[in-house]
Design a protein around this ligand. Sequence first.
Ligand code: HEM
Length: 507
Amino acid sequence: MRVFSIVCVVGLLSTTALAAPAPMTQDSGAPVGDNENSKTAGPEGPVLLEDFHLIEKLARFDRERIPERVVHARGTGAQGMFVASEDFSRYTKASLFGQAGKETPVFVRFSTVMGFRGAPEAARDPRGFAVKFYTDQGNWDLVGINEPVFFIRDAIKFPDFVHANKPSAITDIQDPNLAFDFFSRTPEATNMLTYLYSPIGMPASYREMDGFGVHAFRLVNAQGQQIFAKFHWKSVQGIHGLTLEQQQTADPNYATRDLYDNIRAGHFPKWDLYVQVLTAEQVAQLPYDGFDDTKTWENVPETKVGTMTLNKVPDNYFQYTEQSAFAPGVMVPGIEPSPDKMLQGRLFAYADTQRYRVGTNYQELPVNRPLVKVANNNQDGSMSSTPQVGEVNYEPSTAKREGAVTPQPSFKLSEYPVSGAAQQNAIAKTDDFGQAGEHWRSLGKDGQAYLIKVMASDLSQVTDHGIKLRQVSYFYKADRGYGTQLAQATHLDVTEVAALAAKEMSH
Ligand code: HEM
């Protein structure tokens, strides 16, 4: 049952509370007579291998864990509903945006990025904000975070970024020396670091943060016209952050408790979904690269297209939250990728890891299964469970028998021009510091003081003078005041920072 209405939630809770214990069975369905005493040879004799229930129970227990997500391992899921607020079909034929009032069930998973499963939730880390829409044209996964930009702009750097930020390969403890070693050679991270260490970089709860799709996506309407779009979830609860002191004393499970307590109390959190759109020509005219995910689209109006309400705590953590599989490549007609080099890499990485992490047929699991019937010739593999009918498991075919499938030409992917030489080059308009400086200046005195304090607390742990110097020189390039305050807070010589910044400017 995937329509998560409030009535349904209340109904489920009361049924669960009143239900008599079910007669216990083995996995095979056979009744279990004794679940507390193993079968032994005599009262003190060894345990018998013939106690199949015991062997199966231990074997199943031995296999209870699947590999945790390589990133975003600590997370919390919830179910709910997205309701479109207007007809957005002038830009996209995606059916979920086709008319005001249209309802689409959703599953959302919030997460931290670098910690292991069970790691404390109050980490200075972006928050994952992944939404699976179960639309009537298949699933759409909007796999975003609580910041509008990212640390890097090319997927080829992602494994290095993660290695440097995950616990050390020797100590298994996160180490700012490794993280800033990487960041001090990654100037494009300056904007995202400024968001991460700002007051909203440490959300007071999952309810009180926004979400962003980060990349540009290509929207296609029924006439084949295309436009680029960015998605933004705005929290109706407002945005609030924790201070350094609140973070240091926070309950390790503070975010999950807050979300589930609120949903169970009937205080269902809501987010409005906003969209920015730009034509290809407008993107080309931006002073920065509009497909660079380290940049926001500045001063582009946002249109509200709907509201999401989370109203149900999933019945089982493992079956829903742990086995959920979100992937940026999971799209519906009317939503397609942009040329963003990060997004392009993500299109491959998620389904690949999910085939390994969960298993080949992970999309058959209830949390991942679309509401619509799946019909194609992909088959078999471990844990295949959807009934396969007929023997026409290929296409094209002249057969009109059960099992035969045929493509739907009206849903062919869009066409667009491409040009230029194949190459391995950085983007032309890198502009690594401009938006970071603007963002710093927009924070105001209190926000700036917060940022300096929390960033200095991490940066002060870096022992290598050169790494610290180079890192702070990036913030100096973003804004002199920013770099100067940070240099002072981390006991660096401001003239040395300024000299390095000036030297690099001239390159
Ligand atoms: C090329 C860059 C990236 C790569 C290769 C990558 C790869 C991955 C992988 C392998 C997972 C684990 C998926 C799973 O086990 O189910 C993951 C999870 C996730 N990633 Fe990325 N990622 C990248 C960039 C990003 C960016 C830019 C964002 C945000 C806009 C993001 C947001 C997320 C979220 C929210 C999850 C957790 C999804 C969930 O709750 O299951 N990632 N990523």
